[in-house]
Design a protein around this ligand. Structure first.
Ligand code: SME
Length: 157
């Protein structure tokens, strides 16, 4: 495994196209979930510099905080609560351009303005979510959705 990532500063699409093969190489052959989620979060944070990127995993009736990069975050989220709990409930990716306009948004950091949450779905069941927050309004779009869904699909749970 290479120790250093190659970080580029291209278009959003170019950045994803460059980082995804590196992420796949990082997790290839490693069966430990925490190790893989930690490295995925670190690689994404290094490439994109987002405010917060990390995972919540479904444990019983809650999402529980997993590996992440960024400021400390709330540890438990109920189904249907906030953007993460809504993504879990709806089993779909949610792109929120302005979290202050999302009813029930859970503000872990007052700096967070836009957010994307991608569910990790296996056999039609949501097992966790990838959550990304930014200080920039409207940062996330269909390009992020497409590539983050690819990354999430590669996670072995
Ligand atoms: N904002 C999220 C909570 C998690 S933090 O952003 C890390 C939500 O509304 O679900």
């Amino acid at each position: 495994m290479a120790e250093d990532l190659e970080i580029i500063q291209g278009t959003k699409q170019q950045n994803y196209e460059a980082i995804i093969p590196q992420i796949l190489a990082l997790i290839d052959g490693e069966p430990d979930l925490v190790a893989n989620l930690a490295n995925i979060g670190a690689a994404l944070k290094e490439q994109f510099g987002w405010l917060w990127v990390g995972f919540y995993l479904v444990k019983k009736d809650e999402l529980v905080l997993g590996p992440f990069q960024g400021p400390v975050a709330c540890t438990r989220i109920k189904k249907g609560r906030g953007v993460c709990g809504s993504s879990w409930q709806q089993a779909q990716t949610l792109v929120v351009p302005d979290v202050t306009k999302f009813a029930g948004h859970i503000a872990c950091s007052s700096l967070s303005i836009s957010e994307i949450v991608v569910p990790i779905i296996r056999n039609k069941e949501v097992l966790g979510v990838l959550d990304v927050d930014s200080e920039i309004e409207g940062l996330f779009d269909e390009t992020d959705k497409k590539y983050l869904e690819q990354i999430v699909a590669a996670i072995v749970l």
